[in-house]
Design a protein around this ligand. Structure first.
Ligand code: CTP
Ligand code: MG
Length: 166
């Protein structure tokens, strides 16, 4: 799951500059995505996720880690891209519900990356998803994700990369 987990913190570290929605509003008069979603965060976040995935593929080959789910270049790209697309779409709906940038939205804030990553895999690499992500693995992901999410966001808040600890 590293290719899906890394993009968010890297986006927080590298984000800033031009927002994905170029500052434009939606029909409801609110921002489409808001200033928390930038091109720099999106691009560097996805590159970091794909990068760590490629390193994992190389490491698995070099050390014969055959028991670890077999990441492929396609699955890595879908995990990383899906994670931040999920985050972006979550922000779209957050704005539609009138929640300001950085507002808390339990469940959605924690699972957007998992939903986005698995949805892309379901559409573009169905065989990999059902072949590699077993039911126990999926349950561990559901338990681990909110814990990791909270821990990393508290670190981000303390080192002043994030404005809120969630
Ligand atoms: N970030 C970014 N580009 C992205 C995603 C995140 O630049 N595509 C950066 C922003 O600086 C953002 C920070 O990472 O403030 C933390 O991300 P997140 O918590 O997802 O954004 P929020 O500011 O909380 O905005 P939202 O309410 O839309 O979730
Ligand atoms: Mg947020």
């Amino acid at each position: 799951m590293l290719p899906a987990y890394l993009p968010n913190p890297v986006a927080a570290l590298s984000g800033g500059g031009t927002p994905v929605d170029f500052g434009r509003n939606y029909a409801d008069g609110r921002r489409i995505f808001g200033d928390g979603k930038t091109w720099r965060g999106l691009i560097f976040g996805i590159l970091a996720g794909v990068g760590i995935g490629i390193i994992q593929i190389q490491a698995a080959g070099a050390f014969g880690l055959g028991f670890i789910p077999g990441l492929t270049l396609l699955s890595v790209i879908l995990l990383a891209t899906g994670a931040l697309l999920g985050d972006l779409i979550k922000s779209f709906f957050k704005r539609r519900f009138g929640k300001e940038r950085g507002a808390k939205w339990p469940i959605a804030d924690q699972y957007d990356l998992v939903a986005g990553a698995f949805l892309l895999l379901l559409v573009f690499d169905t065989g990999w998803l059902f072949g590699e992500v077993t039911l126990p693995a999926f349950i561990i992901i559901l338990i681990l994700t909110p814990i990791l999410h909270r821990a990393v966001n508290i670190i981000g808040y303390v080192i002043k990369v994030k404005e809120v600890p969630w």
